[in-house]
Design a protein around this ligand. Sequence first.
Ligand code: AMP
Length: 503
Amino acid sequence: MANNIIAVKGTHDMIAEESSAYTYIQNVFRAVAGLYGYQPIETPIMEHTECFLRSTGEGSDVVRKEMYTFLDKGERSITLRPELTAGVARCIVEKKLLATGDVPLKLFYSGPVFRYERPQLGRYRQFIQAGVECVGQDSPWLDAETIALAMRTLSYLGFRGVKVKVNTLGDKASRDAYKEALKQYFKPHLEEMCDDCKNRYELNPLRILDCKVKEDQKLVEGAPRMKDFLTKEAEERFYKTLSILSQEGVDYEIDDTLVRGLDYYGHIVFEVHASSPTGADYGAIMGGGHYDGLLANFGGRVECDSGVGFAFGVERLYSLMRDNNLLEGVAETLDIYMMPLTEDYIEHAFVLAEQIRGLGYTVEVPYAKTKLGSMFKKANRKKAKVAIIFGEDEINNGVVQVKNLATEEQVEANIETLDETLSMILDEHEEEEEHHCCCHNHEGEEGEHHCCHHHDEEEGEGEHHCCHHHDEEEGEGEHHCCHHHEEEKDYHCHHHKDGKKDD
Ligand code: AMP
């Protein structure tokens, strides 16, 4: 018999609640990026291999060892992106996105990336990165603002007490002097060092500082530090950025061992680690930095070839949020479980469920002969809030029994006015849930919340929130995102409380 097919090593399935959590994290990130004026960008998952050789750097570990590269049927060398910055830079140059001179160009993204690494806790071969690139203007203010964006995202996701580690790689003159000093320091030890480090020594000795081999790490501890090789300008720039971070209330700590091994980084580089109550170490949840000369790799001639960017690892965010109980209320929920008392009423349940879904509630129907006790157990497992029960008597009288599964209270409701009964019961649920505000940004706050789509149903009267595009619409009755509300005169959706009209 053939072996079962299993998922590719280092990949993972995201099922139900986990998948909801990923969507949630990406939505909060999207909303926060929006607060800083970022526009979305989606670049292809595959690029010409050259794209990464030019920007990520031929000597980097990612390019040398970790890329999924193949020849397509037209004999082109194609690579599944190991990060998004290179593709975004390629796109900016190819599509001349800086031609208008409107700088900085602020773009955010999220999507899968691929690295052929050894899988372990928090390390996958396919994982999701969510990040930003802010290009075309060189300013410590933008560097600091970008870090603030990342930290605000973490705060809105519920992380507390997280610090960002920062270091500076200085300007080119600082780096050249430092690289030379590193070479002199490591030269006598070269024979004992790992093969990768021997390579790094030639290509970019800064990368030795990132080596994970224990013996090499010991050597690294005694290595010269960047801060002693900074030019006066580079040092001033670093302290200016730090003072802005302090001004913005961003909690940082200087870590002078932090280097980001890609060639284009200069000035401030940063990384965030967060702890799990289980003690699990998933590695950094975010990394980024200031860069210069990235677009020139693609033939871009721009007035200012500087930028700053970072990327979160969404799997790692998810694992930490799960461990820290920050995902409460994020999973999709079930409002109503239909309970036809015999098989004969399944058709009735089907029709009624479709009508109720039109009101905006989530509904499930058991389409097989099921005992009432089993239906209650199932509703309970699915965390349904309300059961709608009906048999012959109810159908003959045009009513249903509506049971609030939290309080066990049961009322008889006329089918004609079922929307009012449901709205009464389910609004009570919503009020109770309100303090579980998903994005952790509004704790103790009153009023309107527009940062994430989970607030959709917490809004004032008459607002329509069937899709998360309404989140940021404050104006009364203006809903343009989906065709659902077009020409609605009498829409009884529970999101439009009190039957208020759309426009
Ligand atoms: P990097 O640019 O390599 O620092 O990656 C940015 C972020 O992506 C890191 O801070 C991690 O959170 C995440 N990341 C990097 N590699 C992996 C991996 N193999 N599996 C999961 N997440 C990763």
